[in-house]
Design a protein around this ligand. Structure first.
Ligand code: 8YV
Length: 321
């Protein structure tokens, strides 16, 4: 028991994941599921060989500098790694891994939900019925935009973007995309590549964001780029909040620059943006893209696979630093 690596698990994971950790490691769980502040995170890390964090734990350069020599690996329970300073981790020799692939289906499901919720005015309709305000009906009532057969634009044609494209094709949508590199034909599946985001935007009836959050993509959808979308377009974001300039989005939603937005992620999390909450043409969810039992099991197992590799002296499959 005592020679097993000690692993800090910062948040409550699924029972199956906890059970697998208990088999081969000495896990330190956070069963209350409290979010650690920076100093608590540093102090909890002092007596462990590895940590499994979520995107809710910020491993800044300062936190990484304060990690003990014994801590070998940050095995994230997330595909996004914008909460970890990868340069600082590399410099300190701490291995960092993530959990790609296993959450692509769940996240694309939520992107489709956000697309339909925004296009068909789901928040507005739900609130009206729920609050007893539904006292009228007419063919001109609650008319939304149809997505079937329309153009779906995707920024970031990685794993989630490709599944989103597949789901969009199920709605007969024509797929347009922009990506750092053009995909090979077998992955592209007829999707139309645009060299620049500016070229892509006028071709989107729905635009769905699936790129990572980096200093380069911060504010990717700013006022200028939002203005290049058709006025009846729907914007979907299930990736990371900072990809959108929220003030510019609010402006576009209020002034007819966009039909609606479907958002699962926000600049401020948890919490969201009260100004967005006041708008009827926003469909919102509280960052639940990967929140299914199947996916949470798979994410936890994938993080443990990465730990297993590191402690067996092998290269982990999902190393990002
Ligand atoms: C998670 C995510 O909700 O994987 C990511 O990057 O944002 C989400 O899947 C979260 O980090 C779960 O640990």
């Amino acid at each position: 028991m005592s020679d097993r690596p000690v692993v800090l698990v910062t948040r409550r994971l699924t029972d199956a994941v906890h059970a697998r950790l208990e088999k081969n490691y000495n896990p330190v769980f956070n069963l209350e599921d409290r979010v650690f502040d920076q100093s608590e995170l540093v102090s909890k890390c002092q007596s462990v060989d590895a940590v499994i964090p979520c995107h809710s734990e910020l491993f800044s350069a300062e936190v990484i500098a304060a990690l003990p020599e014994r801590l070998k690996v940050i095995a994230n329970h997330s595909v996004g790694v914008d909460h970890v300073d990868l340069t600082a981790a590399k410099e300190k020799g701490v291995i960092v891994t993530n959990t790609p692939d296993v959450l692509s289906d769940a996240t694309a499901e939520i992107a489709i939900l956000c697309m339909l919720g925004a296009a068909r005015r789901a928040s507005e309709g739900d609130r009206m019925v729920r609050e007893g305000r539904w006292d009228f009906w007419s063919p001109a009532f609650m008319v939304g935009v149809q997505t079937t057969g329309k153009r779906l634009g995707i920024i970031g044609m990685g794993r989630v973007g490709q599944v989103m494209a597949m789901r969009g094709r199920g709605f007969g949508m024509e797929i347009h995309y922009s990506n750092r590199r053009r995909l090979p034909q077998d992955l592209e599946q007829g999707a139309i590549f645009h060299e620049t985001v500016e070229d892509l935007l006028p071709n989107c009836d729905v635009l769905s964001l699936h790129c990572p959050s980096t200093p380069e993509t911060k504010g990717l959808m700013n006022a200028e780029r939002l203005a290049l979308l058709p006025n009846d377009a729907v914007l979907v974001n299930t990736a990371r909040g900072p990809l959108i300039d929220e003030a510019a989005l609010i402006d576009a939603l209020k002034n007819g620059g966009l039909f609606a937005a479907g958002l699962d992620v926000f600049c401020d999390e948890p919490g969201g943006n009260p100004e967005l909450s006041r708008l009827d043409n926003v469909f919102m969810l509280p960052h639940v893209g990967s929140a299914t039992k199947d996916t949470r099991d798979a994410m936890g197992f994938r993080a443990i696979d990465n730990l297993d590799a590191v402690f067996a002296g092998r290269e982990p499959g999902d190393r990002v630093a």
